[in-house]
Design a protein. Structure first.
Length: 425
């Protein structure tokens, strides 16, 4: 079989007709009442999400992304009264670390998207808000550097003792996907978060997890399924359209990820039983772990250097990685953490998963239905092969709801055929 270099792929080959009325504008009243399309070895069946425990392969380990969406969208006013929208993308100063940046007091600089910025000539724009205890507060934003598509914004606020995380919670809005075309509501404040969200930092929800309820999580545990958590802070780049003629011209965004040594050990000792990722962000994190391990085996990381999976690393290191098992890669990561004296792996990933990609740590995927001509659809096509079209054709023909607040799917390639039951070997 001919292996196509994914850099030569055209995104126009990964499209389908998506009528506007099929995009779910609101969440369903009950998270678990969403529909679940199950594709098992190419055979498609229609279920509801609460039936997931009966559909998972025996012995499955489910991996969730526990990132929490921050209220990263700020609506500021110019001195003349006009509105400017600031969408916080990533911290720049005094900290680039997301965790430290959210705890910063007094002032900080972030890279932002700016809406209605042409009328913002100079000087600060302002957001008036109230703190959690009802105290009046003010946030000022000054544009420091204008860059291609973004700007560096210096934020300062009073009371200065507030951490920036608290400023965003009180003054900001949830950054709903642009295709919803509406402001966020009180319902979104609850429903655009997973019930297990913990680590603040995402500007988009890991939407595959929105279908889980505490009751369903309890049922999975009762039936003997194992669960684990990773953290990948979803960036605004997840909505970035592919404009290049070939994928070689599309730059993937960088997203920070955190994984504990406990989770690495859990993955190591779970093998070779199936691992199912809850969402494309969990899947990209898991597969990035393999390539981080491969990188360490190729040559130890210099002290203090950033661990990063680049966009094309799997395709450029294919020959070197051919002899490296997932177990070896995970063991290399654990050795790296022990040498560094830490229990948490902090890294970044720009991994692009596209057809011809060979999956190392993931056997199946729970995910919503993605936009045409998107990198997320490329990922699904890499997992299912040409069968992705049958899945999307079926979903369109049978009334499934699409995108962030839409229905879900359980995608199990032909190698993962078992069904339901307790966590047996």
């Amino acid at each position: 079989m001919t292996v196509i270099d994914p850099r030569l792929l055209s995104i126009h080959d990964f499209t389908y007709p998506l009528p506007a009325e099929r995009i779910a504008p609101e969440p369903l009243p009950d998270r678990a009442s969403s529909r679940l399309l199950v594709s098992r070895g190419g055979e498609i069946t229609d279920k509801h999400f609460r039936e997931l425990p009966e559909e998972l392969p025996a012995g499955t380990l489910l991996i969730f992304n526990d990132t929490r969406v921050v209220r990263a969208r700020l609506l500021a006013r110019r001195p003349t009264g006009g509105q400017v929208e600031l969408f916080c993308l990533e911290p720049v100063a005094p900290h680039r670390s997301l965790e430290l940046a959210l705890q910063q007091t007094g002032q900080c600089t972030w890279r932002c998207l700016v809406g209605n910025g042409r009328r913002w000539k100079e000087g600060p724009v302002t957001v008036e808000f109230e703190t959690a205890d009802g105290q009046k507060a003010t946030l000022q934003a000054e544009r420091q550097v204008q860059e291609a598509g973004t700007a560096l914004i210096l934020f300062s606020w009073e009371p200065a003792a507030l951490p920036f995380a608290e400023v965003l919670r009180a003054a900001g809005h949830l950054p709903l996907p642009p295709y919803l075309g509406r402001p966020d509501t009180a319902t979104d404040a609850v429903r655009y978060q997973t019930v297990y969200a913990a680590a603040e930092g995402a500007v988009a929800a890991p939407t595959a997890g929105l279908h889980f309820t505490p009751e369903l999580l309890d049922e999975l545990q009762k039936q003997g399924f194992s669960t684990g958590h990773v953290t990948l802070h979803v960036g605004a780049g997840t909505f970035q359209p592919v404009k290049a003629e070939q994928m070689a011209g599309h730059p993937m965004h960088t997203e920070p990820m955190l994984v504990t040594s406990e989770l690495l050990n859990q993955l190591l000792f779970h093998r070779p039983r199936p691992v199912v990722a809850v969402g494309t962000t969990s899947l990209r994190t898991l597969e990035s772990l393999y390539w981080l391990g491969v990188g360490l085996l190729q040559g130890p990381a210099p002290a203090g250097s950033e661990l990063l999976v680049t966009q094309w690393q799997p395709y450029e290191m294919m020959e070197f990685a051919a002899s490296i098992s997932p177990e070896s890669a995970l063991t290399a990561l654990l050795s790296h953490l022990r040498a560094a004296g830490t229990d948490t792996l902090e890294a970044n990933t720009r991994l692009l998963i596209a057809p011809s990609y060979k999956f190392r740590l993931v056997d199946g995927l729970i995910t919503n239905f993605h936009q045409p001509e998107s990198t997320l659809l490329l990922l699904v096509a890499a997992l299912l092969g040409p069968g992705w079209r049958a899945v999307y054709d079926h979903a369109l023909a049978h009334g499934y709801r699409f995108l962030s607040y839409g229905d879900s799917s359980l995608l199990l390639p032909g190698t993962v055929m078992g069904k339901g039951g307790p966590g047996a070997d």
